[in-house]
Design a protein around this ligand. Structure first.
Ligand code: HEC
Ligand code: HEC
Length: 381
């Protein structure tokens, strides 16, 4: 009798469960005219792997509704003056959100002044920097010359940029207000249908901040060993040799563990005479001339051509530069100078096998999960 009663109430319970979705039927009919989004919210929250948690890194606190709105904005060509260019035009998912040209084409077919930066990396996690846990840690800013201090600021600069998207922000608000799907998506985030530049850039920032790339062969090795200085048992011999070469020669700037940079800007000896002043043009200080953001190297095998001006086609070209091509100049980083004669550039003089090992190691930073994750893909029909 008791068993019967229990199963009877269980049954009743099942019958009264009402499935509620994020969008009402009517809202869903409207947004799916333009967008292919699931009826329920996608989870954009970020969970860091063990090796990063152990470092005390704090993941950004992502709002799923805001990141969903940000994703639609990121892929929307309406963000450019003549509806030809979206953020994705220069930041493509299969290329770790960079592109494959030295300079990218903006809305008017004019070329950008610098090489597009990859977005798929924790370098972009604003909240990972300057937290109470990592007080001494340098805070990374955005763009090659670090002129933007947040992704939200960077987004507005990009939208208004004469070469990139050429959009007046007031016009943008008017344009987006005409789309029914935006009225719904903004209401879901903010409780009302007001669209303004702040909300647009905040949502873009939320989406970019959710782009976590931590599922590479390197991460697997880190999570098993938790110590980058030990050999990884999921690595080939060659990859482990490359890792050691990287730790000896490169990690001091690019970060040993691919989680945080120990340094944010440097001059890495590309030119004896600076043609692009980089950070110096922003700060007006001559000791910043020729210095650029030290890029994160996650997914680096896919983000060529390399350097702020895309001068190197392949990773071999990059390694040849460090091996024997570093140029002396006033602001050349001290770690790239000959230790016995600081007015001469360092020559790392890698052998061919060492160059191959370094490239093999850099290829372990590719994260296919990230490159194909649907939640970061184009939501438009
Ligand atoms: C026409 C090509 C183009 C478009 C469109 C474009 N970007 Fe970029 N993006 C670039 C280039 C080039 C850089 C590097 C520019 C520089 O440093 O001066 C960059 C840099 C960035 C950075 C800095 C990354 C870092 O590590 O410092 C972020 C973030 C970014 N873009 C996000 C966006 C977003 C969001 C949009 C859409 C609102 C967008 N981009 C649209 C080309 C583009
Ligand atoms: C003194 C600091 C420093 C050291 C040491 C250093 N780099 Fe760099 N690296 C930089 C800076 C700064 C840039 C960006 C320079 C620019 O574009 O003007 C860069 C750029 C790169 C890029 C291109 C990234 C991109 O997105 O285009 C790669 C790849 C790279 N470095 C790999 C290495 C390797 C491999 C080593 C060791 C052999 C190394 N780096 C050592 C500072 C350093």
């Amino acid at each position: 009798m008791l068993v019967l009663m229990v199963s009877f109430t269980a049954c009743l319970k099942d019958n009264v469960t009402i499935r509620t979705y994020h969008y009402t039927d009517e809202e869903y009919r409207t947004i799916t005219q333009d967008l292919s989004l699931p009826k329920d919210l996608i989870d954009y929250r970020v969970e860091l792997p063990r090796h990063m948690r152990d470092l005390g890194m704090i993941p950004p606190n992502i709002s799923n509704v805001k990141a969903t709105l940000g994703r639609v904005l990121f892929y929307d060509k309406k963000l450019s003056a003549n509806n030809t260019v979206s953020c994705e035009s220069c930041h493509r998912q299969n290329l770790a959100f960079s592109d494959d040209v030295d300079f990218s084409e903006g809305f008017n077919s004019q070329k950008t002044l610098r090489n597009s930066l990859a977005l798929g990396s924790v370098a972009n996690f604003e909240s990972s920097y300057g937290s109470a846990n990592n007080f001494a840690q340098a805070r990374a800013f955005f763009f090659w010359d670090e002129r933007a201090h947040s992704i939200s600021q960077q987004s507005l600069l990009t939208i208004e940029d004469d070469i990139e998207m050429g959009m007046d922000l007031n016009e943008l608000v008017t344009k987006l207000s005409q789309e029914d799907y935006y009225r719904i998506l903004f209401r879901k985030v903010y409780g009302d249908e007001n669209i303004n530049a702040n909300r647009i850039s905040e949502a873009l920032q939320e989406f970019v901040n959710s782009m976590l790339s931590v599922d590479s062969k390197f991460d697997e090795g880190m999570d098993r060993r938790l110590n980058v200085f030990q050999g990884f048992n999921n690595f080939s011999n060659q990859e482990n040799i490359g890792k050691q070469l990287f730790l000896d020669n490169c990690g001091v700037c690019h970060g040993n563990d691919m989680s945080r940079n120990s340094e944010t800007i440097a001059n890495n000896g590309l030119d004896a005479v600076y043609t692009d002043l980089g950070v110096g043009a922003i700060t007006g200080r001559s000791f910043d001339d020729g210095k650029f953001k030290i890029p994160f190297l996650r997914n680096i095998a896919l983000t060529g051509p390399y350097m702020h001006d895309g001068r190197f086609e392949t990773l071999y070209d990059v390694i040849d530069h460090y091996s024997s091509g570093i140029q002396m100049s006033e602001n050349l980083d001290f770690r790239l100078r000959d230790p016995s004669n600081s007015s001469e550039p360092l020559k790392m003089n890698f052998t061919d096998e060492e160059k191959q090992a370094l490239v093999a190691f850099l290829e372990t930073l590719t994260d296919n999960t990230f490159l194909t994750a649907e939640k970061f893909g184009d939501p438009f029909n």
